[in-house]
Design a protein around this ligand. Structure first.
Ligand code: NAD
Length: 350
């Protein structure tokens, strides 16, 4: 039977822990801030080392979603879900159904979608038990958000080029991509066809070999990719790649990629700033996926062109952040957070 218990966490509207031993479910849902609209966030399915690690992850990701939703002005709040899996408790239909019942119990305060470890198929399975899911298959929803996430990252890379080189043309630029999954491949395509030289890395060796043939790219091991000499480093794998150990080793002029939580700690933003490396804050540059799924929530109809138009705006948003960061001599991450918070406060006090 599904058990739901509430955990009081400072600064969060609601955090619940869901367990159902009969189906091996152990999950958390965190609603950080729903003042701009219902909290939207994907459900991450991952083999966390401990309950505490999963709880910390859901809290950090949910808060990040608040700022991502605010800065993109999609009329939504920030939330997230995580499901803990292990070899004994693998993802299954009964497990996803039980989780979806938990989502349903929140009566629309939380709307979920796919994330790392969950797929469109999993979201469809959840939709059998709750209407509060988005990113459904194209037949009834907006389909895979990854192409929109990748398009947003491409716009971000253009904004970086404009800021650093005075021209947003990416031709001839050397770009190192870490992670050739749904977003990484799509980004590599945009860059390759516009004349970039690519350096690629992935933990899947055969897949990496094929991608290097497809894009006539240099290959670098996962341990070395952040050290690649390049114009722009694009992390498109998992979080935490920018930290006190890797930042001194970077040989790029900018970091602009899709991964969530690229900075291991908030203080790492300052390390990048001090090294003079331009950082495109992850929650701004990777918002294309959120922008696309948000259309399913806002009017229930889906128009790819409107999504694309909104994702195009990531270019202007980043240019504004880079300019203000330069004027105020502050890390871009701090400026982006300030802009998101200013928007949040202005909407609430109106
Ligand atoms: P994915 O799972 O399809 O791809 C991730 C790729 O990274 C895989 O090919 C994996 O083998 C590789 N990888 C894992 N660890 C690695 C390492 N240490 N070094 C090199 N490669 C490694 O995921 P995705 O959907 O492409 O998302 C990539 C990132 O972008 C994630 O952090 C995700 O949260 C974020 N993101 C994705 C979307 C989206 O719409 N898919 C939207 C916003 C943000």
């Amino acid at each position: 039977m599904l058990k739901i218990s509430e955990i009081a966490v400072d600064g969060f509207e609601k955090v619940i822990e869901l367990t159902d031993d009969s189906v091996g479910l152990h999950a958390f849902i965190a609603i950080h801030d729903s003042r701009l609209g219902p909290g939207l966030g994907g459900t991450r399915i991952h083999s966390y080392a401990s309950r505490l690690e999963a709880l910390q992850d859901v809290l950090r990701l949910a808060e990040g979603m608040t700022y991502k939703a605010a800065i993109t002005k999609v009329g939504l709040g920030g939330a997230k879900g995580v499901i803990i899996t292990d070899p004994k408790h693998k993802k299954s239909k009964p497990m996803l159904h039980a989780y979806a019942e938990g989502v349903n119990s929140l009566k629309g305060q939380f709307i979920t979608a796919e994330d790392v470890g969950s797929s469109i198929e999993d979201v469809s399975t959840m939709s059998e038990k709750t209407p509060y899911v988005v990113g459904l298959p194209l037949e009834i929803g907006s389909g895979d958000p990854s192409p929109f996430a990748a398009w947003g990252v491409f716009q971000g890379i253009r904004a970086v080029c404009r800021t650093l080189f005075g021209n947003d043309d990416v031709r001839g630029r050397k770009i190192a991509i870490q992670g050739l999954g749904k977003v990484g491949i799509c980004l590599a395509n945009h860059l390759f066809w516009r004349g970039c030289n690519l350096v690629l890395s992935d933990v899947k060796k055969e897949h990496l070999r094929l991608m290097s043939r497809l894009f006539d790219a240099e290959i670098v091991s996962p341990e070395e990719i952040h050290k690649a000499e390049c114009d722009i480093f694009a992390p498109c794998a998992l979080g935490g790649i920018l930290n006190s150990q890797t930042i001194p080793e970077l040989k790029c002029q900018a970091v602009a990629g899709s991964a969530n939580n690229q900075l291991q700690h908030e203080s790492d933003a300052r390390l990048l700033h001090e090294r003079g490396i331009l950082y495109a804050p992850d929650f701004v540059i990777n918002a294309g996926g959120l922008i696309n799924v948000s259309q399913e929530v806002i009017d229930g109809k889906y128009h790819a062109k409107e999504s694309k138009r909104a994702v195009d705006q990531i270019f202007d948003t980043l240019i504004a952040i880079f300019e203000r960061a330069k004027t105020e001599e502050q890390p871009t991450e701090m400026i982006a957070m300030q802009i998101a918070k200013e928007y949040l406060e202005s909407k609430i006090t109106i």
